[in-house]
Design a binder for this molecule. Structure first.
Ligand code: ADP
Ligand code: ZN
Ligand code: ZN
Length: 785
């Protein structure tokens, strides 16, 4: 057997695969992580393919694979295939793509251990070194190099004064958990008179098995469990522990009787046999989560696994809790705040099939599994599903790729589906399933659009319109809750001199700095740099330096002044930087410890707050002005999602949308919460201008510290692309280079080239013409959002 192996490193020159022979008796399979000799060293390799023999005979003898590393965290064949797809689709390295699936990103820890060798030292320093090693037993190479210098250590090794062995160690040991499982109840009579043990055995028989901690929660003592196991009717064992690490359960979540629409959705998706993609378009409050859960339980009954993706785990704790309550031990929750060991345990539980449901944000799409039966992407339109660093994958595209292997369905759930997904559903590539009514016949909220120009004309210069203020007063008087959305954090959005017009900008980015009042400094929202607040203009020295624009902090202060008795809590990046703080704020608001939840787009993330009857949207058009083809889509999604937080309980919802563009179709459609009307208009616009989904698209970002150089580089790239184009009948439209929305970030100038065409393969072929010498600082983004 010949193994085709890629070295686990992102070094460009090692991106090709290398061939090794597989010694008899070594259980190497596709996906194994193995130890291979490589040059003068040993490296970790990943087996990407196995062949009976080489395609062409090599003119040198192949070296053998030396051993298997970490049998547990190897890859499955499906993962290798998906990684290869990611490499080809998103134009990245294979090892970068493979690393997405790994939990120990750095690979296994390699240590070189030195001990005393057969030769005698010649120099005094050599004698000292050897004596030290002899005294200590063996020593890790790095520590000896630090103590004695590299030259001496290398010489000692070369002269066999010292010898070296390589160790690979896994950093993380599995955390174990006690489990209790049912064995049999044939001679149950032996439990005669022991009522509690009989009950436990019965419960075990019904549930099958469960963590000891679970049974303790059910009121059985460990002692009782031990005694039952002593009879042989049940078994006590240890398994890798599961970690959820989310705040404790707060309220009950009994299964519901489905509404007719929900039942229909479960029926259609549940009878999928071809592994199709379903766009579950359910208006806000239509009960999508219940549909997910009922479908998940069907999949579990077949012994297969479910992957559930949510936009941001810290803000979507509620859906996680619902799954935990219903499926208990079967759920693992993946999020960035888990320790390495916790991540590994969760990953292994999915890999071994101990758990059947994995919930997490974007990266959970790479979870290991035995056999996946369903992928669920909640709020599938959310932009957080696209990774904004290499490899720039989109989690929805990856789920579809993995699902194709398993032949299982994918659900893209949303009240505001991504335009491209909805288009594919109407075209018949995906299947459209709709939930058009809110659960319990609750009406959608009524929306009032307020023209802020009128407000100014009437002399109201506050951020809150009179109309919204009235609504808030009424809401508070009725002891109900309100949400206020403002998509800008900080206090004032920029600081400007009234006399000379100077705006305080970040030193390394081309953006205005934002005043944060609580922290009492100016901050750059792109690189997090801070500056003290100036008292005089740094440019002309005048005192007329003023704060302009308003962020969430300022609105919070104004609201305190306008509504002194209201209990207000703010939800934005500044208040959620600490672990679990987002979840805590959301849960405190749900318990009605606060009357008003004020924040950035975080307040619109699918939350279900039955107490909220009012929503205020302060500047509905702030996103509309971004010069990008998706600005309308994003705005519509945000407004509709925000409005949809109102009226999910017994009281009908009311929404005030403040805008400077009340007649804009995006605002109008969002006010009516009419997805279809928005879609029809927007898709027309995309078609006329040749934007996705009508054309394929890729973006090239060129960066350089010198402004001159960045233009030179970008123009060269453009020339290369155009020359390819010239040879291929202008298949690809190249636009640019033009300056990015933010011209400079962290001292690097940014230019963009955008490529569109009917065929993505052509776009990628054109990109291969980019001169190799320009590849540093040139980032490729396929399907940019
Ligand atoms: P969506 O995600 O579609 O906005 P949710 O899944 O949050 O909606 O459901 C909205 C509310 O309706 C939740 O409080 C949920 O518990 C409740 N709900 C869902 N399905 C049913 C049902 N069949 N019967 C009663 N209540 C339901
Ligand atoms: Zn900056
Ligand atoms: Zn000035």
């Amino acid at each position: 057997m010949i193994a085709e192996i890629i070295i686990n490193t992102t070094a460009k020159r090692l991106q090709q695969t290398f061939s090794y022979t597989v010694p008899d008796g070594l259980a190497v399979r596709v996906g194994s992580r193995v130890l291979v000799p490589f040059g003068h060293r040993r490296e970790e390799g990943i087996v990407v393919a196995l062949h009976e023999q080489l395609d062409e005979p090599a003119d040198f003898t192949l070296k053998p694979v030396e051993g298997l590393l970490s049998t547990q965290t190897g890859f499955q064949e499906e993962m290798i295939r998906t990684a290869i797809w990611i490499r080809d689709y998103y134009v990245c390295n294979l090892s970068e793509a493979l690393r997405l699936f790994m939990i120990d990103k750095k690979g296994l820890v390699r240590q070189e251990i030195l001990s005393v060798g057969p030769a005698a030292p010649v120099s005094p320093e050599g004698r000292q070194l050897q004596a030290y090693v002899a005294d200590k037993g063996s020593r890790e190479k790095g520590s000896l190099v630090r103590r004695f210098g590299r030259d001496l250590v290398e010489t000692a090794l070369a002269r066999q004064v010292l010898t070296s062995r390589t160790y690979y160690k896994n950093q993380i040991a599995d955390k174990m958990e006690d489990w209790l499982s049912f064995v049999h109840d044939d001679d149950e009579d032996i439990l005669h008179g022991r009522r509690r043990q009989q009950e436990l055995l019965q419960a075990l028989k019904e549930k099958g098995e469960g963590a000891v901690s679970y049974w303790q929660g059910q009121g059985y003592s460990r002692d009782l469990m031990r005694r039952l196991c002593a009879t042989g009717l049940a078994r006590w064992s240890q398994r890798p522990a599961r970690t959820t690490n989310i705040l404790p359960t707060l309220s009950g979540d009994a299964p519901f009787t489905l509404t007719p629409e929900q039942r229909q959705a479960v029926k259609v998706i549940g009878s999928d046999e071809q592994g199709k993609t379903y766009v579950l378009h359910g208006i806000t409050g239509s009960g999508k989560t219940e549909v997910y859960m009922q479908l998940a339980s069907q999949v579990l009954k077949e012994g297969r696994q479910v992957v559930v993706l949510v936009p941001e785990i810290a803000l979507t704790g509620q859906i996680v809790r619902r799954f935990l309550r219903r499926f208990g031990d079967d759920v693992v929750v993946m999020h960035s705040q888990l320790s390495q060991g916790e991540k590994r345990n969760n990953w292994l539980r999915m890999q071994n099939g101990t758990s059947h449901i994995c919930i997490g944000a974007r990266s959970a799409v790479f979870t290991a599994a035995q056999s996946i039966g369903l992928f669920i992407v909640d709020e599938a339109h959310d932009s957080s599903y696209k990774q904004d660093e290499a490899p720039r994958y989109h989690a929805v595209a990856v789920t579809r790729q993995r699902a194709a292997y398993y032949g299982c369905p994918v659900i893209l759930g949303s009240a505001t589906p991504a335009l491209g997904d909805y288009y594919k559903a109407l075209q018949g590539d995906y299947v459209l399933v709709e939930l058009t009514e809110r659960v319990g016949q609750r009406p959608l909220p009524s929306v009032q659009v307020v023209d802020m120009r009128d407000e100014l004309a009437r002399g109201n210069y506050r951020v809150v319109s009179d109309c919204l203020l009235n609504l808030l007063e009424e809401t508070l008087a009725a002891r109900q809750q309100a949400i206020i959305l403002l998509n800008r954090r900080g206090f004032s959005t920029f600081v400007m001199c009234r006399k000379c017009g100077y705006v305080v900008k970040c030193d390394t980015c081309d953006v205005a700095m934002v005043y944060h009042r609580q922290a009492a400094h100016l901050r750059c929202h792109y690189c997090d740099a801070e500056k003290p607040v100036p008292t005089v203009c740094p440019s002309c020295g005048s005192k007329y330096i003023k704060f302009f624009g308003s962020g969430t902090e300022k609105v919070e202060q104004q609201l305190h002044e306008l509504l002194p008795s209201a209990r207000i809590i703010r939800l934005d990046q500044d208040t959620t930087s600490r672990k679990h703080s987002g979840d805590r704020i959301i849960e405190a608001f749900r318990r009605h410890e606060y009357d008003i939840l004020l924040g950035t787009q975080m307040v619109a993330k699918g939350h279900d707050f039955p107490g909220v009857s009012a929503v205020g949207i302060l500047s509905a058009d702030s996103l509309l002005n971004i010069p990008a083809y998706w600005a309308g889509e994003r705005t519509f999604q945000l407004l509709t999602q925000a409005a949809g937080r109102a009226g999910r309980g017994d009281i009908p919802g009311r929404v005030v949308m403040q805008t400077y563009a009340p007649d804009h179709y995006v605002i109008q459609c969002a006010a009516r919460q009419d997805y279809r009307a928005f879609y029809d208009q927007e898709i027309q616009f995309r078609k006329e201008l040749g934007y996705p989904p009508f054309q394929e698209m890729a973006k090239i970002l060129v960066q350089d510290e010198s402004e001159e150089q960045v233009w030179r580089k970008a123009n060269d790239v453009a020339a290369a692309l155009n020359s390819w184009n010239g040879d291929h009948g202008d298949e690809v439209a190249v636009i640019g280079p033009y300056e990015d929305v933010i011209k400079k970030i962290r001292n690097k100038y940014r230019l963009v080239l955008s490529l569109t065409g009917k065929d993505l393969t052509a776009i990628k072929k054109a990109m291969q013409r980019i001169p190799a010498c320009w590849q540093t600082g040139v980032l490729i983004d396929v399907d940019p959002v």
